[in-house]
Write a new protein. Sequence first.
Length: 265
Amino acid sequence: MTAIALPPRPRTWPRTALVIAAFAVFTLLTCLPAIGGVEIDLAAIAKNWRNGANKMAQLLQPDLAFLPRTLQPMLETLQMAVVGAAAAALVSVPLTLWAARPTNPNGVTRRAVRAVINVVRSVPDLVYATILVALVGVGALPGLLTLFLFDLGIVVKLVSEAIDSADHPYLEAGRAAGATQGRLNRALSIPQNLPLFANQWLYTLELNVRISAILGIVGAGGIGRLLDERFGFYAYDDVSVIILEILVVVILIELLSSLLRRRLT
């Protein structure tokens, strides 16, 4: 019986090696200031590493006696996160339906809503916070408004794209039956896409706690203001307590979000 000869296995390592080499060369070129790259001072890193090691050693010694002072700012942070996510959730539903092609056949209004959302998403949250602090003053309000705008851009963008990429035979059946687009959206689109909305709402709630810690640097309220204050006093043991508290709160929110997602799916 004649043995069947298998074809030789194609050699893929030359292509892989070429891709890795090209990536390495590109990375090296981006680190050359002479051609406009980022200047990386390795000598400064080697010279000052001991200073960073000392700061890390201080961060590893949290002062738990400082914990009671962090409770009120953390509560304010949670309030900002929840209210910002809830307000964005309410406003995001009509805007998302207007931004998606299956739920808004009118190209003019759809492109207008998408353009506004793209502008909202293009502005960094710290820029929003800085401007709003100058407009309404230091405190929780500018942080809340910043989180609202940040969440709104994320939810409308992601959910409208998910609606665009999915099939919607129920909408075609409804149009064939003579239903208006508004009735179709209320009776069919919103219930059908509610899990998509809920996933993104929970995701923005998780993000809000982390972002609010940064917004406090520019005076936008929450635990971030206390974090910036303790950094200014070089109280790294207190900073460590705040970081640990933020970590615990974020983990708890993620666990709660995962539980709610399982119930929604």
